[in-house]
Design a binder for this molecule. Structure first.
Ligand SMILES: [Zn+2]
Length: 229
């Protein structure tokens, strides 16, 4: 992200983050706490004191919760008898999150002959997402059959949080900025996620296309792909 964008706008671009959630709860509670986000569908919220410091375990879906819901959580932490109508309706409205299973363990292969996906992922994550994307990355399968069939250069699985990059890109002739652009594109899918239930799902929404252009070498990458076609 370029340095001349004011902080306010950066917040909008980066959307809800673990840190801002933690900060909000700490402000309301008036003390530091430890926040652990979980995928645990059976316990949405648990609070425990750990060496005098409240340790709160909260389902990941609350990254999208509004301040009123968070305020209720803070009140609950102060006084465990507090009722939580907003919390409950938020969970009801976000039930589809509960269907997401924890990431499957798949072997990840990041080192290529010409391009190192781990290094590219980390560089793009730092440059564009403040290091907030926690998706895994791997080269896709190289079996001749599937590489012929697979027409996309990259994919992101929301279910397993895995970015797969087509191994056809691991060639000397493919510039680093182009592979970085494909990695950026897939990380943007991880970052923006799917639309909430009830709205029409668009894989490449207008917002997606807008943010895609923030990649520093966007025009160059587009031109390279056109030249290749
Ligand atoms: Zn895409």
């Amino acid at each position: 992200m370029s340095k001349d964008i004011p902080d306010k706008q950066l917040d909008l671009l980066y959307g809800p983050s673990e840190n801002s959630l933690k900060r909000h709860l700490e402000e309301r509670l008036g003390r530091p706490l430890v926040l652990v986000l979980t995928e645990n569908a059976s316990t949405m919220l648990s609070v425990r004191l750990h060496g005098g410091v409240p340790r709160i375990r909260l389902h990941r879906m609350f990254l999208n919760a509004g301040n009123e819901v968070l305020d209720e959580i803070a009140s609950y932490m102060k006084k465990s008898k507090a009722s939580m109508p907003l919390f409950r309706s938020f969970v009801r409205e976000n039930r589809e999150w509960l269907a997401i299973k924890p990431p499957k363990k798949v072997p990840l292969k990041t080192a290529g002959t010409y391009h190192d996906l781990r290094e590219l992922h980390d560089a793009v994550n730092k440059e564009y997402f403040n290091g907030t994307i926690d998706a895994a990355i791997t080269w896709g399968s190289r079996s001749p059959r599937s590489s012929v069939r697979r027409r996309t250069l990259g994919s992101y699985s929301e279910r397993s949080h895995i970015i797969r990059i087509n191994p056809v890109l691991d060639r000397k002739a493919v510039p680093r900025y182009f592979v970085a652009f494909i990695v950026y594109h897939e990380m943007l899918h991880a970052f923006l996620g799917t639309q909430p239930a009830g709205t029409r799902r668009s894989v490449h929404s207008r917002e997606f296309r807008k943010q895609e252009k923030l990649f520093h070498e966007y025009e160059k990458a587009m031109a390279w792909e056109r030249g290749r076609a």
